[in-house]
Design a protein around this ligand. Structure first.
Ligand code: GLA
Length: 381
């Protein structure tokens, strides 16, 4: 083979690898932690290191939470060449990334397509390629790219802005998950994958209240056809453990996000967790629902007032069913097997009790606590 042909071949091979680098990411919904919901602007190097330690020591890392994502307020100034630097809260981002990586975790960061971020810090407008290079040099593995202070543009301009960052990330050759954040405007789910998004926010910001969480979560119904391996709907980060909801409400939150194949990005202080917060966040059976390789997003199959039945089809042919009670008092809720495509006998396993409940014929019903859920995996016989 001539030298020229060999060169052409290696360029082609290298480009294929580069192309794949971004597009093979997030085969299952990303799992990790993000600073915003609990720490907001109080995030700094020390807290990130402590969170890395906690991810490893609490069992969260082993349960799948690997991305440790710094949200807004890390940004400092650009130097004379336009290179972005972190502010005084993050004295050495590369050293921080090395520390996070040494724990077997990955580091995420945040920026905006506009000139300013939501919190008024430096955005990436006009510096996309440069910023992507900087992130890659630091060892960043995930970017949340938040629209915010860019004036509302038409959808085509929005697509261009996101594609620009996707291409810049791809050019670095480092696999970096791209998380779009523009609150579901312009039906982002329909074009998110085209612009290189591995996930995209479908809503405004969540807060640590049952009413807000429920409004966001239950409103995701209908978006299921847009999610799949490598590209996910993102109803925002978790509030589990932040204190504004009771145990049943947090179980509903976590169950619903798992049914939705949503990214599971914890948003609480991992160094101050009650046993039930750890138990919820590390329930492997519920996490397995979220992380199922088929990547199918669940959807509502029945509703009667405040009582909802949701179903998520799993790769092994079983169906996960959530019986949700949005009312303030306990109620019995049922699913008939015909609603989930099963006829006759099926075995039922409770994912919160972690217990086989036995075989049932035609239907299963249970008492569901106020604002709570009963989550079961049903297998045809
Ligand atoms: C927006 C996003 C939040 C968070 C803040 C940071 O509100 O939706 O998730 O990133 O900006 O300023």
């Amino acid at each position: 083979m001539s030298v020229r042909k060999l060169l052409a071949l290696s360029v082609a091979l290298c480009c294929t690898v580069l192309l794949r680098a971004q597009d093979d990411l997030a085969k299952t919904p990303p799992m990790g932690w993000n600073s915003w919901n609990h720490f907001a602007e109080r995030i700094d190097d020390k807290t990130v290191r402590e969170t890395a330690d906690a991810l490893a020591s609490t069992g969260l890392k082993d349960a799948g939470y690997v991305y440790l994502n710094i949200d807004d307020t890390w940004e400092g100034q650009r130097d004379a060449s336009g290179v972005i630097h972190a502010n005084e809260k993050f004295p050495d981002m590369k050293a921080l990334a090395d520390y996070v990586h040494s724990k077997g975790l990955k580091l995420g960061i945040y920026s905006s397509p506009g000139s300013k971020t939501c919190a008024g810090f430096e955005g990436s407008l006009g510096h996309e390629v440069q910023d992507a290079q900087t992130y890659a040099q630091w060892g960043i593995d995930y970017l949340k790219y938040d629209w915010c202070q860019q004036p509302p543009l038409n959808v085509e301009e929005m697509k261009i802005a996101y594609t620009k960052m996707h291409d810049a990330l791809k050019k670095t050759g480092r696999p970096i998950v791209l998380s779009l954040c523009q609150y579901g405007w312009n039906k982002v789910w329909a074009w998110g994958p085209q612009v290189g998004g591995n996930l995209w926010r479908t809503t405004g910001d969540i807060s640590d209240r049952y009413s807000m969480m429920a409004e966001i979560g239950f409103n995701q119904n209908g978006l299921e056809k847009f999610a799949g391996p490598g590209h996910w709907n993102d109803p925002d980060m978790l509030e589990v453990g932040n204190g504004g909801m009771n145990e049943d409400e947090y179980r509903t939150h976590f169950s619903l996000w798992a049914m939705l194949a949503a990214p599971l990005i914890a948003g609480n202080d991992l160094n101050k967790m009650t046993p039930y917060t750890v138990e919820i966040l590390t329930n492997r059976e519920v996490i397995a629902v979220d992380q199922d390789p088929a990547g199918r997003q669940g959807f509502r199959i029945a509703q009667e007032g405040p009582f909802e039945v949701w179903m998520k089809p799993m790769a092994d042919g079983s169906k996960v069913v959530g019986l949700f009670n949005r009312q303030r008092t306990v109620e019995q809720i049922a699913v008939s097997f015909s609603q989930i495509g099963i006829s006759g006998q099926a075995s039922v396993h409770d994912l919160w009790l972690k217990k086989d409940l036995g075989d049932f014929k035609d239907r299963y019903s249970a008492y569901v606590p106020a604002h709570g859920v009963v989550l079961v995996r049903i297998k045809p016989k």
